[in-house]
Design a protein around this ligand. Structure first.
Ligand SMILES: [Zn+2]
Length: 461
């Protein structure tokens, strides 16, 4: 099977009804001369990210060459008969009409379908899906950009930032699937669009700005609405080890594992250290297959009273690790009572796994050609629509990269997909070449054919 066929087969196998899903997007009869179908524009826009073109303008150069088969392939995929390719501005225009919300919904639907079909069951820990919560820089300007920008002073320089808070379903294999997004931005009435007197930005104004914790309070109801019955286990850094975030987890019946640092909750840390000495039996030592030695110590039933006087029952886990050269210490608080049989799994599966959102999540989206930090539009709502398009494309790519069809192809060359293609960026480049130079047959685009057989995700990264 050709690479393009593997990609299309994988997407249609997991999401056979996407064309219908695209039909459900808001109607956009915006161009009187040529009317492009929503399906066609959606696949075309998703391919911008799946093939990692890097910028919207590349659509015109990489996809438009009349000697390629892009138009035929897209027509087959979208079941359309467009007789010409759109220009990149058409995509922006289209996304402006659709708006970000339906695309966010589409992203969530795609993940829900994987959960419902048990595709992600290997990612479960004690029945739960581990969801890492973390913010990241997204767009950064050195000029006032819009009235929602966060204003950040660094020495004499002033930056205008658009960070974003993500909830991503993560697992030790390296999955990082976006399941919730909240843009961190100031409300419209925060300051006038002209941003006067920026140099005099006061501490008070900095505090007044939007931030990750405020965004988490907005993200939580979305996550509960979208996954009401799914058992979630949130994993966050020490920023979340505080009363407001704990209350949100408790109210939503979410499990949690949060990085525990002395400076964030000093009295709780002092209690923990005192009680550790009193329960020397709460201890487990083990050696990993690579020779790393781990020592776990823990205290159950810590009573934490937060700044607002609310009481929380938490359990605290300490992991001291040495590989012979370097020592590392990690600590977390969790709602799960700790015992010798679960500390290792909780540390690895909900504590340490959080770095996946950083590496496989944000770094991959920034540095492997998806170009997360590129401003795909100047308009705020269209930017957000592109953001969700990128998340959906990355979801497709992860299933493609970790799916058994691609692994079977690599096995013919006695290697892994990454060894075969050298990098994820190269893989996307080869995918682009395939879609450009091969006219793929009807069977490739047939959801019924894609439904046959099974595509399994790899067991380990
Ligand atoms: Zn802005």
């Amino acid at each position: 099977m050709k690479l393009g066929q593997i990609f299309i087969r994988t997407v249609l196998h997991f999401w056979p009804g996407l064309n219908r899903g695209f039909d459900g997007l808001p109607d956009t009869r915006f161009e009187p001369m040529v009317v492009y179908s929503r399906r066609f524009l959606m696949w075309w826009g998703l391919l911008l990210f799946c093939c990692k073109l890097g910028s919207r303008r590349q659509l015109d150069y990489q996809f438009r060459d009349l000697e390629t088969h892009i138009l035929e392939n897209l027509n087959r995929w979208a079941h359309c008969e467009q007789d010409s390719l759109p220009v990149n501005k058409t995509l922006s225009h289209f996304l402006g009409h659709v708006g970000p919300a339906p695309l966010a919904e589409l992203r969530t639907d795609c993940v829900r379908r994987l959960i419902r079909n048990k595709v992600l069951d290997a990612a479960r820990l004690d029945g739960h899906f581990v969801v890492a919560i973390d913010g990241t820089g997204y767009l950064c300007f050195d000029q006032p950009h819009c009235s929602h920008c966060l204003v950040h002073k660094n020495g004499s320089a002033v930056y205008y930032l658009h960070p974003v808070l993500e909830a991503k379903l993560v697992d030790p294999r390296g999955l990082a699937l976006s399941v919730g997004t909240e843009f961190i931005e100031n409300p419209l009435d925060h300051r006038p669009a002209s941003h006067p007197d920026l140099a005099k930005l006061t501490e008070y104004e900095k505090v007044k700005q939007d931030c990750e914790l405020k965004a988490f309070a907005r993200l939580a109801p979305q996550l509960k609405r979208d996954f009401p019955q799914t058992p979630l286990w949130l994993s966050g850094d020490s920023l979340y080890a505080c009363g407001p975030a704990l209350t949100i987890c408790e109210d939503n019946h979410w499990s949690y594992t949060l990085t525990f640092k002395p400076g964030r909750t000093p009295t709780l840390w002092a209690d923990f250290q005192g009680l550790l000495r009193l329960c020397p039996e709460n201890r487990l030592q083990c050696t990993l297959s690579d020779g790393t030695r781990q020592c776990f110590r823990w205290v159950n039933d810590l009573d934490y009273r937060d700044d607002a006087g609310r009481r929380h029952l938490v359990h605290a886990l300490l992991c001291e690790e040495t590989d012979g050269e370097q020592d590392h210490t990690f600590a977390w608080i969790t709602d799960h009572r700790l015992k010798p049989t679960n500390v290792q799994a909780i540390a690895a599966g909900t504590g340490r796994v959080r770095q996946k959102i950083e590496n496989q999540g944000f770094n991959t989206q920034k540095n492997s050609g998806l170009n997360l930090e590129h401003a795909y539009s100047t308009h705020a709502d269209i930017l957000k629509a592109f953001y969700y398009l990128l998340q959906i494309a990355h979801l497709f790519l992860q299933m493609f990269e970790m799916g058994s069809l691609l692994r079977h192809l690599a096995r013919e060359y006695a290697c892994t997909p990454l060894q075969l293609f050298g990098s994820l960026k190269n893989l996307a480049q080869r995918l682009l070449e395939c879609l450009r130079y091969f006219c793929l047959d009807d069977e490739t685009f047939d959801p019924k054919a894609a439904a046959h057989g099974q595509i399994r995700l790899c067991d380990s990264s």
